[in-house]
Design a protein around this ligand. Structure first.
Ligand SMILES: O=C(O)CCC(=O)C(=O)O
Ligand SMILES: [Fe+2]
Length: 287
């Protein structure tokens, strides 16, 4: 089975259907390659200052650079890409809410070997979520072209239905090749891994992931984005970053106040309680 490709004119619901079946889908040309050139420029100083990984999984010839909301203004638009957010909402339709899980440029350098095949949801201490109960909807944007030679992500379409903790090998996988500006969407249950880079140029990918808001974020947005920066960000982005109540009451501050009040004390529109109606629907099993 090979990775299905859709166009930006296809619907997010269609993307969610393919994700439910295969665990992955590529949307060709969802952003422009110029957008990612700009992000690379904005992050230049951090790439230079950064070290390669310390183990096989993070990659001895791979640099991982995070904190994108704070460090790259252009990345904020990509993190909030409307097609992606609509797809995430459809994939996690039975969740009261979701939040940003991590933002990370993965720069796989020449000579890097293939990463171990894994499920991203293993990050949650290997909790055995049932198949079909997705906890994450993830993106890997091709900042530069992804080819088999330069380390395109290796995926196993349909492996979202496989048993947990299965040991797959590279032979079971195929490369998710795509042009710069395209995106690989995949769920937390898809088996995949970074490819070996046999070219002489670095492969740049932008990993932005989203998870149910009752799960702890992999990249701690509250501490990664300094308050001085966060204070001036638009409300929808802050809500996505986690300045919001998850489910009914998760993440309030002190006297049941809206977490956004910590940044903007004058905000004061909300009581700090979550969506009572949505919670009531959950209790009645209507969602
Ligand atoms: O960079 C890639 O292609 C995938 C990396 C990955 O799957 C991971 O680090 O979890
Ligand atoms: Fe991964």
């Amino acid at each position: 089975m090979s990775v299905e490709h859709l166009k930006p004119t296809d619907s997010p619901d269609r993307a969610a259907e393919v994700l439910a079946r295969d665990g992955c889908v590529v949307i060709d040309g969802l952003e422009t390659s110029a957008t990612f050139d700009r992000i690379r420029e904005e992050l230049g100083p951090w790439f230079d200052a950064n070290e390669t990984g310390v183990d096989e999984f993070s990659g001895h010839r791979t640099k991982r650079t995070g904190g994108l909301i704070a460090r790259s203004e252009t990345s904020r638009g990509v993190v909030q890409n409307p097609f992606v957010l609509e797809t995430v909402k459809a994939v996690l339709a039975d969740a009261t809410s979701y939040h940003l899980h991590l933002t990370q440029v993965i720069a796989i350098g020449p000579g890097e070997t293939a990463q171990q095949i894994h499920r991203d949801q293993w990050a949650f201490d290997f909790f055995p979520f049932p198949n079909g109960y997705e906890v994450q909807c993830n993106t890997l944007w091709a900042m530069t072209e992804f080819t088999e030679e330069n380390g395109a992500t290796r995926v196993i379409p349909g492996s979202n239905q496989a048993e947990d903790r299965k040991q797959f090998s590279i032979e079971d996988t195929e490369p998710a090749e795509m042009s710069a500006g395209s995106v690989l969407l995949y769920t937390g249950a898809l088996y995949h891994g970074g490819g070996a880079n046999r070219s002489d140029a670095t492969r740049y990918g932008l990993n932005v992931t989203y998870a149910r808001s009752w799960l702890r974020q992999e990249e701690n947005q509250y501490l990664t984005v300094p308050q001085d920066v966060a204070r001036d960000l638009p409300e929808p982005l802050l809500r996505l970053m986690g300045y919001a109540r998850g489910a009914y009451a998760l993440g309030y501050i002190d006297d049941l106040r809206d977490p956004l009040d910590a940044l903007r004390p004058t905000h004061g529109k909300d009581t700090g309680f979550g969506d009572l109606e949505a919670t009531a629907r959950q209790v009645r099993r209507e969602t």
